[in-house]
Design a protein around this ligand. Sequence first.
Ligand code: FES
Length: 105
Amino acid sequence: MNTELRMHAFVCVNERDESNQKGCCSSKNSLEVMTKLKRKVREMGIDDVRVNKSGCLNQCENGIACVVYPQGIWYKIPDREDAINKIALYLGEGPIADDYVIANK
Ligand code: FES
């Protein structure tokens, strides 16, 4: 098992009441998306990247929000297999998943 992490991806699973105008990533199925991304990374044999839950990343309107450190790339992750696969590919040293970048530093 590799103990040195090359990347750490945090996926917002913050939940707000439906009446809150800011909305939240949880309402877009973020917990399931985070789990799918984590599973995909594991399936691909990527053992030097962690995918974890986070609280609000202040990108609520763009969510499901994800930030990858130390690269400082911010992604929005739609609940779609192709999007999750492209971001997993990036985490496995593939190209930046341009279609889903919110900000790159
Ligand atoms: S609720 Fe996810 S970024 Fe704010």
